[in-house]
Design a protein around this ligand. Sequence first.
Ligand code: IMP
Ligand code: MG
Length: 175
Amino acid sequence: MERISRVLIDEEKIAKRVAELGKQIEQDYAGKCPVVVAILKGSIIFYGDLVRKINLPMRFDTMAVSSYGSGTVSSGNVKIKKDLSKDINGEDVLLIEDIIDSGNTMKALTALLEHRGAKSIKVCSFLDKPSRRTADFEADYVGYSIPDEFVIGYGLDYDEKYRNLPYVGVLEITD
Ligand code: IMP
Ligand code: MG
């Protein structure tokens, strides 16, 4: 059994913060043409809203990954389910993620892309749960830091559901 117990971040707040992030990224990448990578599937909604707030030339790409769970993190700890469509050697890469939890996925993925010769790698995550961190990883841009609660909506799922909700809600799961 599951139910949305409350709205954590409403549509208006999301739009305001996404616009701020876009402006900041636009300033930081001025004069560059970054490869902006959507980490599927959770970041799709955030990605679509964010890139439209960044007035810069850019290239789109996507990746789908899953982390092998906790434990020691190395570049071998990320399973690539769908890879980039083009080589990123020498490119400025900006990864767009839905949420950083343990940090394992992004720590492993950034290590892998560094190994492939990216010129720079930064991560922009819509949400962050810093209290859950086990890996030594921090995103360069974060929309909202949230407490340790399971959230859904604005791309985030529970069992592949709720991604299309326009707000972020807290999901209460009982059995
Ligand atoms: P981690 O940082 O390697 O632990 O993995 C982060 C991933 O876990 C995210 O990309 C989400 O797919 C998933 N995740 C973590 N917390 C939540 C949550 O509260 N709701 C939905 N998905 C979550
Ligand atoms: Mg995910």
